[in-house]
Design a protein. Structure first.
Length: 109
C-alpha cells in the first residue's frame, strides 16, 4: 500500500516571507507554497515521551508522497485539534524519494 493511498487530508503548506512596502519598510507574511494530499496522525504517548527526552516538541507526523519542497519553519494552513502545526523536521526515510515523513509541532492558535 502506498502513502498516496493512505492520504486522508488535503493540506496547504505555508512559508513565511519578508515583503518590502513602497516606503521601504518590511513585514512578514505567510504565503501558500504547496498543496498536497497527506496523512497526518498524532504521535503515541510513547513517541511523545521519546521526543521529549531529545528536547523535541513533536506532536504529529505527516506523510506526503514524493519529495515536495517542505522545510523546517513552514506551517500547515488551518487548524488541527485546535492547534496550528509547524514543521520541525523533514525526512526521506527510505532515501528513495517515494515519500517524506514530516515531524510537526502543534501550537495553540
Amino acid at each position: 500500500m502506498s502513502v498516496a493511498t493512505l492520504a486522508n487530508r488535503n493540506v496547504t503548506i505555508q512559508r513565511q516571507t519578508l515583503t518590502v512596502d513602497a516606503s521601504g519598510g518590511t513585514s512578514k507574511a505567510w504565503g501558500n507554497v504547496l498543496r498536497a494530499k497527506a496523512r497526518i496522525q498524532p504521535l503515541s504517548a510513547t513517541e511523545i515521551l521519546a521526543h521529549a527526552e531529545l528536547e523535541s516538541r513533536v506532536s504529529h507526523a505527516m506523510y506526503v508522497s514524493g519529495t515536495p519542497d517542505i522545510r523546517p519553519g513552514d506551517r500547515l494552513s488551518g487548524s488541527y485539534d485546535r492547534k496550528t502545526l509547524y514543521v520541525i523536521g523533514v525526512f526521506d526515510p527510505d532515501q528513495a524519494g517515494i515519500f517524506l515523513k514530516v515531524m510537526l509541532e502543534g501550537r495553540d492558535r
